[in-house]
Design a protein around this ligand. Structure first.
Ligand SMILES: N[C@@H](CCC[C@H](N)C(=O)O)C(=O)O
Length: 277
């Protein structure tokens, strides 16, 4: 199959190694198929990424036009397999970094439209980008099956679905090359599964298997769900957690009203797509 990209430009970026192909499409001219996303994200035959961030003006996109008064730009996020997701915490931080570096937004604080609503982002002086992720919704309990073992966890919605499991087995030894088992009736649209070990005072280690992308080296919405599960286990409702992931560390603050995710967000390359890929 050949895919026509018409010589469009791209930027590559990541947040704690959760990596993205960024496609500038201000006027919403790009008809981005699932096959095109999967081809771009292919780590051998494409650019390689966990997902795609299409950068489009909110007012020209039917999914975001209603949010245009609050956010000029809409993050159209797609998973590596081409599926659509409601939210991406690392993605929105990288998206904000791109907007500022491209001169499309002023440094400081501003809103980004997502399928999960408006997210307020802030660029710090040290290069970190933080985002108000909203109040996590705890929806009950759930069970994941990894390597034939059952792990109990918390069903947390961050706009997108999570199953955050605090476990006794070391997360380093888990095989996440295959999708964990989970209850399809609870998660009819799939789920992101986090496996978590305590790693000190208000610190945890997390690995994640993402819906639509497989195991990734970090997941922002997953880090917030992880902090919620860790807080519950500690009998706390507020506080700041360091979430160590394969690609670095992010910080999550729960204040009882909302949640904040902070960490690095960097752009590493840019270029032009060939007419056909
Ligand atoms: N990596 C993201 C989450 C991306 C979406 C997820 N795979 C889903 O399908 O819900 C993050 O940083 O939050």
């Amino acid at each position: 199959m050949t895919l026509d990209f018409g010589d469009m430009r791209f930027v590559k970026g990541h947040g704690t190694e959760n990596d993205f192909v960024i496609l500038p499409d201000a006027d919403g001219r790009l008809d981005l198929s699932a096959a095109a996303v999967a081809a771009l994200c292919d780590r051998r035959a494409g650019i390689g990424a966990d997902g795609v961030l299409r950068v489009v003006r909110s007012k020209v996109d039917p999914e975001a036009a209603g949010l245009a008064d609050e956010a000029e730009w809409f993050m159209d996020y797609r998973n590596a397999d081409g599926s659509v997701a409601e939210m991406c915490g690392n993605g929105v931080r990288v998206f904000a970094r791109y907007l500022v570096d491209a001169g499309l937004a002023a440094p400081g604080e501003f809103g980004v439209a997502t399928r999960g609503g408006i997210k307020r982002v802030r660029l710090g002086a040290a290069g970190d980008v933080s985002v108000d992720m909203g109040m996590p919704r705890v929806l009950g309990a759930g069970t994941a099956v990894v390597g034939g073992r059952e792990y109990h966890g918390l069903n947390v919605s961050m706009g997108n679905p999570h199953l955050a499991c605090l476990i006794d087995d070391p997360v380093a030894g888990l095989d996440l090359t295959v999708e964990p088992g989970y209850d399809r009736a609870t998660y009819p649209h799939g789920v992101n599964v986090e496996l978590i070990n305590p790693a000190g005072d208000h610190a945890v280690s997390m690995r994640v298997h993402e819906r639509g992308s497989g195991e990734t080296r970090s997941c922002g919405t997953g880090a917030v769900a992880t902090a919620v599960a860790a807080a519950r286990a500690a009998g706390e409702e507020t506080g700041t957690w360091a979430v160590h992931v394969l690609g670095g560390t992010v910080s999550v603050t729960l204040d009882g009203r909302t949640s904040h995710l902070a960490g690095p967000a960097v752009l590493v390359a840019s270029g032009e797509l060939p007419a056909v890929l």
